[in-house]
Ligand binder design. Structure first.
Ligand SMILES: Cc1cc2nc3c(=O)[nH]c(=O)nc-3n(C[C@H](O)[C@H](O)[C@H](O)COP(=O)(O)OP(=O)(O)OC[C@H]3O[C@@H](n4cnc5c(N)ncnc54)[C@H](O)[C@@H]3O)c2cc1C
Length: 446
């Protein structure tokens, strides 16, 4: 079997390694235009900030690929002929495949703003963006970032470390308003303020203004304010990269449509990771998942299928993590920006506002926990997942918070305060703090 994979991101590489483990004899070719070798996209910011060198963000040594008989081609796949089972490359080469995996990732979204193609206006998705940012932010003093999500804060932090003043334009009334409840958004806002970032809420980009050399010199906002800026970061989201499949038999919507085995409308052609759109997303799941760890999960799942063991993709319990300057964020399960009907939410934040814990639960289902948000605290992934999977009652969870404590030295001091706060907020469900690290199975059997 010759498996051709387009894209050497986390999805394509995980699929390749899974197939290699299961089918030592398979021929596997990875085609990618961005870089010769796989690197960790999530670590791009650390290269700009000088914490890591470009070679440090490659998880595998360069000899690893030939050692594992994975053929690497650095080129753009410019054409796909699903009838002949061929991929055409920018180098003039045509690759014949038995099975094809599209793992083409995303592209930065732009909204047709006047002046959006000026020099100094860009998103941050890959290595070429990083190189351009490095060049175009050298020596500048003021920048604007459009978009109040995770990449927006990353860009703000990157620029801040170079002493560049940043103004963020955020469409919603609060930071990441479509995802974070108001209290969590306020904590992130405090981080931004503490780091000297100016934020304009309920404000969008209207126009990018040029200097005499065709470079950005300022932006005009929807509040008709002109903000001086020698660089403009676009962080208004990403969209699946569909360039290869346009005008082919592969069906698309917003992403490349796949069934639960991640197969497209064309038999033998699969899609996974950021570029894929699930035809039937499960309850509480999103059809397009643009995360590092879901890319890895999808890559592994499709790898099993490609290696001859058809395996449905099961998303499992929602998890995400990020860092807003110094504030670490973890979320598990369902924690919508506005509470779901019938659900209850317990929220704790100490007086100094440096951290927070939210636990959502459902009184109609024996107080089963439905989601966690942690800011400035680290929870143990396995414990939170088990509590959500087993629908543990909130009383059990609060009484045994220590079991979810990833960093006992740091976290233990907050547990009595959290429990006392819970007991005041929900006197009918009042609990006593249990000390010690109980086995999760024991906890759940209580
Ligand atoms: C700056 C940044 C920070 C992020 N931080 C986080 C984080 O903290 N946590 C998190 O969960 N997620 C994060 N993400 C999202 C996460 O990185 C992505 O969800 C993940 O990398 C997607 O992996 P993928 O393999 O599906 O696609 P990609 O990593 O995008 O890989 C696809 C590759 O295919 C190549 N390609 C596309 N089309 C072609 C073609 N026609 N021919 C040849 N090559 C092609 C692309 O150039 C690209 O290199 C971040 C993303 C960015 C941009």
């Amino acid at each position: 079997m010759h498996l051709v994979i387009i894209g050497n991101g986390i999805t394509g590489v995980t699929a390749a390694l899974t197939v290699r483990r299961r089918q030592p004899g398979a021929r596997i070719t990875l085609v990618s235009d961005e870089s010769a070798h796989h690197y960790s996209r999530t670590a791009l910011m650390y290269v700009y900030m000088g914490h890591m060198r470009a070679q440090d963000i490659k998880p595998y040594e360069d000899w690893f690929w030939s050692e594992n008989r994975l053929e690497l081609i650095q080129a753009t796949a410019t054409g796909l002929d699903t009838g002949r089972q061929q991929v055409h490359l920018s180098t003039g080469v045509t690759l014949a495949y038995d099975k094809l995996l599209l793992a083409t990732g995303s592209v930065t979204k732009r909204y047709g703003w006047p002046g959006q193609n000026l020099r100094g206006v860009q998103g941050l998705y890959g290595l070429p963006d990083l190189a351009r940012m490095e060049q175009d932010t050298r020596g500048i003093t003021q920048a604007v970032v459009v978009g109040g999500g995770l990449i927006g804060v990353e860009l703000a932090e990157m620029l801040h470390t170079r002493g560049i003043h940043v103004t963020m334009l955020v469409r919603e009334a609060r930071y990441w308003g479509s995802v974070l409840p108001p209290e969590e958004a306020r904590l992130v806002d405090q981080q931004l303020t503490a780091n000297g970032i100016t934020v304009r809420y309920q404000t969008e980009l209207a126009e990018v203004l040029a200097d005499a050399d065709g470079r950005v010199r300022a932006v005009r906002t929807t509040a008709d304010e002109e903000l001086p800026a020698q660089w403009l970061g676009i962080a208004t989201g990403v969209a699946p990269n569909l360039s290869l499949v346009q005008h082919t038999a592969v069906e698309t919507d917003r992403g490349i449509l796949v069934n639960e085995q991640l197969e497209t409308s064309v038999p033998g052609v699969y899609a996974a990771g950021d570029c894929a759109q699930h035809r039937q997303a499960g309850a509480g799941e999103v059809p397009i998942e643009q995360l590092w760890y879901t890319g890895r999960m999808q890559g592994e799942t499709v790898g099993h299928t490609l290696a001859g063991q058809p395996t449905p993709y099961r998303r499992g319990i929602w998890f995400n993590s990020a860092k807003f300057f110094n504030l670490e964020y973890q979320t598990y399960g369902q924690v919508p920006a506005r509470p779901a009907a019938g659900s209850e939410s317990f929220y704790w934040e100490p007086a100094n506002g440096q951290r927070a814990l939210r636990i959502n639960f459902d009184p109609a289902r024996s107080f089963a926990v439905t989601g966690f948000n942690a800011l400035g605290l680290r929870l143990r992934h396995d414990v939170c997942e088990a509590w959500l999977r087993e629908q543990a009652p909130v009383q059990t969870v609060v009484a045994h918070l220590g079991a979810a404590n990833f960093d006992p030295e740091f976290y233990r001091q907050h547990e009595p305060e959290i429990v006392a706060h819970f007991n005041r907020a929900f006197p009918q469900q009042a609990v006593q703090l249990r000390q010690g690290k109980c086995l999760i199975s024991k906890i759940l059997n209580l």
